[in-house]
Write a protein of this length. Structure first.
Length: 319
């Protein structure tokens, strides 16, 4: 940091004042969680931060007053968080954010729990996560409920550039019970649901890929989908980008209010159907004004559910 060297990453962050940049000069294995209370940038500089369970279930904690930006001015810089198999649990977080977090470069990777959790539980402010580059990866080796980015309790997430991925079969790549906005980048993974949305969801660019070979979510027995909506209280608005699913593109299941999705200028392909619903309480409305949609079937309803399609739909059978 500047011309001053520090013995550990923990000490460097404790000494960092607002606006300072901490630059790694070698690989490091922090023995405890790094707590961020001010506005700090971490430059990985091609180095690796390897955290383990000794950091008490978190590698970085961005407090309500904190703002952390991670970049990589070198090559292949990364932060890893490794959890032993006997201690695997969903609430392990590589980075827990109750303030603000921006990823500009480098890789964040964990083998269990959440890679990034944006959580405003009990706070009056809204924690924010922004992906402007780099990769957020979740391997999810143990309990099949791993999530790359978890947005809960007033949190918000915007993906502009970069990659968010899950390499094994976890619950979802991005879980959002609050606002999730996709303007670019790639969200991909072998998860039950690439996007699991319980709050407002908008997409104007980028690409969402669902690659799981599973047929249903083993916990809820819902069909595997690219985007799953579990509430329906907020319309899902898609005005651009691409969605590719080996199974269903959209799923509305068990929601308590009318569901609605608005599609324009998007390219969508699915191996099974465009929409699936077994919602027994309300009609799901899908408004398609433009775009290219390639599916073998538009709608699959179960039980008392109903999906109403309106507008122009350029649809064709897969080749």
């Amino acid at each position: 940091m500047g011309e001053t060297g520090y013995e550990t990453l923990t000490v460097a962050f404790e000494a960092a004042t607002d606006g300072r940049t901490v630059v790694l000069v070698k690989d490091t294995e922090p023995a405890e969680a790094i707590v961020v209370t001010g506005k700090v940038t971490l430059d990985l500089n091609g180095c690796t931060v390897a955290a383990t369970m000794e950091s008490k279930g978190k590698a970085f904690i961005v407090e309500q007053t904190g703002s952390l930006t991670i970049r990589d001015s070198g090559k292949d810089g990364k932060i890893t968080f490794t959890v032993p198999a006997d201690k695997g649990r969903p609430n392990n977080d590589l980075i827990r954010v109750t303030g603000n977090f921006t990823l500009e470069g480098g890789m964040l990777e964990t083998n269990d729990g959440c890679t990034v959790r944006i959580d405003g539980d009990g706070l009056s402010t809204t924690p924010q996560g922004i992906i402007n580059g780099g990769t957020v990866s979740n391997i999810c080796l143990y309990n099949n409920v791993g999530i790359a980015i978890n947005v809960v309790n007033k949190g918000s997430l915007t993906v502009n550039v970069g990659r968010v991925e899950q390499t094994t079969c976890g619950e979802s790549v991005i879980f959002g019970d609050q606002a999730v906005k996709i303007t670019g980048g790639v969200i991909t993974g072998n998860a039950y649901h690439t996007i699991l949305a319980y709050g407002p969801f908008t997409m104007s660019g980028g690409r969402i890929e669902q690659t799981s070979d599973k047929e249903v979510n083993r916990y809820w027995y819902n069909p595997v989908t690219a985007i799953y909506n579990g509430q329906g209280s907020s319309p899902m608005i898609i005005t651009g980008g691409g969605i590719v699913s080996s199974k269903m593109a959209f799923s509305y299941t068990g929601i308590n209010s009318p569901g609605e999705v608005q599609i324009s200028n998007a390219k969508i392909s699915a191996g099974n159907a465009l929409f699936f619903s077994n919602n027994n309480r309300a009609v799901v409305k899908a408004r398609i004004s433009s775009g290219e949609i390639i599916v073998p079937k538009l709608v699959k309803n179960e039980g008392k559910s109903a999906t109403v399609l309106t507008g122009l739909c350029m649809c064709q059978e897969p080749r």
